[in-house]
Design a protein. Structure first.
Length: 553
């Protein structure tokens, strides 16, 4: 692979020069349509507005918002001025917001009014109580000494906040030459983005990523997909996550394709966007595809324009992949495996892979990326076949965790190998299968159990819509197997019926000891199931607190 030394801003400039009249950004629900010429004009004006605010190269600015139109504007505008864009999980609340603003040293927060049951404005006012003080920002917040300003992306006036629209007016007072000079001073190796890990197994860490990391990863995945300027990508995944802002919006800019974002995931809006804009590609996590496939409008939606896309963010059940390929008219859909620390893609299936590989593996290494499987205990590389920890090395490896050198050293070793914490096998051709995570592996009476194996089996039950398997504490065996199931509509599925389905099909120690039925899974905003929450539910429901206490004693 020939690596690009472009900055994110230069990627947009090139797309606008090559495809000025092609759609860049389309919001179906808002009737908004920007060509690449218009999108670049607006991005540059916002970037000049940031210069007027005094935003310096290398300064950290945060965004707390759903996929509103201001998001892509800020993604590229901050890149053009060399600011590091810190993305804030849309489901965070006060305590988490305070942590991210403080840990990231953010000077600025761009925010919408709120999302679901979280009032963002109230949360920020609680974190920065003197924000509306007439003396702000001269009066600093003692707990957030670097924080200087808040910019409202919502409608109407917010005390102490700058309206986003003011950036356009401020930008008109800054000469285009000033922005050009700032852009010329930037290097592709500069940090440009700080993504916080999703928190499925612990508290988030700020992952610093460079232009070089992001641009080349987006280009590599777009090449695998066969993207061109004729493609139109529906983007229901959140832009605060790498899946959204790298594998989706940045990928589109790299090829001059159209971005068709959905403000926040809703299967009906996804289907409408695909239908009305004749989208050729769709990205999503497995739970999103499940929701769309089972929506009442699915059968009446024309999805024949689709050809490809990416499923990522969580393990994809084999049966779901088969349905997506056929029913969703996505014959060329690929699976990407990765993590934020890898910008994020590490491996990817190919469009021309045999069906068996495309539904049962996460593909092989992306161009320019090395992959190996090592023994988790010794760190020694294993031959093809046996399971171990998947490690990667290449242009996509993060710069590090911000202000966490020890955690960085634990994750990226002295030879540059990123230790993913994911358990996998690799065949002789380099194709990988993810079998679980080191922290998610269940150890029952000395037997190692990989949740993914049990999940795949339970997905073959005709009444199971979704399933997650986790380990829960047990005084005798150390851990027992818990299966958490969302039954299909109208199904009458019982605990004993699930266990009976397993008997004679999987080893006895893998049969779920506990079966819990739920209406929905606890999710991160990026669509990953929070398995630690399922474990906490089980401890409470089944009275396992004493066994859990023994674990931590």
């Amino acid at each position: 692979m020939e690596f690009s030394a472009q900055t994110v801003g230069q990627v947009l400039d090139e797309a606008a020069e090559r495809f000025p009249d092609r759609d860049a950004v389309v919001y179906v629900d808002r009737g908004l349509r920007w060509s690449y010429r218009e999108f670049r004009r607006r991005v540059d004006l916002v970037a000049r507005g940031l210069l007027a605010l005094g935003v310096e190269a290398g300064e950290h600015v945060a965004i707390w918002a759903t996929n509103v139109p201001e998001w892509p504007l800020l993604q590229f505008a901050t890149a053009k001025v060399g600011a590091v864009l810190v993305t804030v999980n849309i489901n965070y609340q006060r305590h988490e917001l305070k942590y991210v603003l403080g840990q990231s040293d953010a000077t600025t927060l761009f925010l919408i009014d709120g999302y679901r049951d979280v009032d963002y404005v109230a949360a920020l006012t609680d974190v920065v109580p003197r924000l509306a003080d007439p003396e702000w920002p001269e009066v600093r917040c003692p707990e957030l000494p670097r924080f200087r300003r808040a910019v409202s992306l919502g409608a109407g006036h917010r005390d102490g906040m700058i309206p986003f629209a003011d950036l356009f007016e401020l930008g008109q007072g800054v000469a285009p030459a000033a922005l050009a000079a700032r852009e010329a001073s930037l290097s592709a190796r500069d940090p440009i983005n700080m993504q916080y890990t999703s928190g499925t197994t612990g508290f988030p860490k700020g992952v610093l990523l460079s232009h070089y990391n992001l641009v080349n990863n987006a280009r590599a995945q777009g090449q695998v997909l066969g993207f061109t300027e004729a493609d139109r990508l529906c983007i229901p995944v959140p832009l605060f996550h790498c899946f959204g802002c790298v594998m989706s919006s940045l990928l589109c800019a790299c090829f001059g394709a159209a971005m068709v974002p959905v403000v926040s995931f809703d299967p009906e809006q996804v289907l409408a966007a695909v239908h009305r804009e004749r989208c050729t590609a769709l990205h999503g996590v497995p739970t999103m595809f499940i929701a769309a496939l089972n929506h009442p409008n699915f059968g009446g939606t024309d999805v024949s324009s689709l050809r490809t896309g990416i499923m990522a963010g969580a393990p994809c059940p084999v049966e779901l992949m088969r349905r997506v390929r056929v029913d969703f008219h996505l014959p060329e859909i690929c699976i990407t495996f990765g993590q934020t620390e890898a910008s994020p893609g590490i491996t990817m299936t190919r469009r021309d892979d045999p069906v068996e590989r495309r539904v049962a593996t996460v593909g092989r290494a992306l161009p320019g990326v090395e992959v190996k499987i090592v023994d988790p205990e010794t760190g020694v590389e294993v031959a093809p076949g046996p399971p171990g920890e998947l490690c990667s090395r290449g242009y996509n490896t993060m710069l590090g965790y911000y202000r966490m050198p020890d955690a960085t050293a634990e994750t990226v070793d002295a030879e540059g190998w990123l230790h993913t914490g994911d358990l996998a096998t690799m065949d002789g051709d380099g194709y990988c299968k993810i079998t679980g995570r080191l922290k998610n592996m269940i150890i029952r009476g000395g037997e190692n159990i990989f949740p993914r194996e049990i999940e795949e089996f339970l997905y073959t039950h005709p009444d199971v819509l979704a399933v997650e398997v986790v380990g829960v504490p047990n005084a005798r065996y150390g851990e027992q197997v818990l299966a958490v199931i969302i039954p299909k509509t109208g199904a009458t599925l019982g605990e004993e019926a699930v266990r009976e389905f397993c008997r004679g099909q999987i080893a006895r120690h893998k049969i779920p000891h506990y079966v819990m039925f739920v209406d929905q899974m606890p999710m991160t905003a990026s669509g990953k199931v929070q398995k630690f929450v399922l474990r906490e539910w089980a401890i409470d429901r089944y009275g396992l607190a004493a066994a859990a206490a023994v674990e931590t004693a």
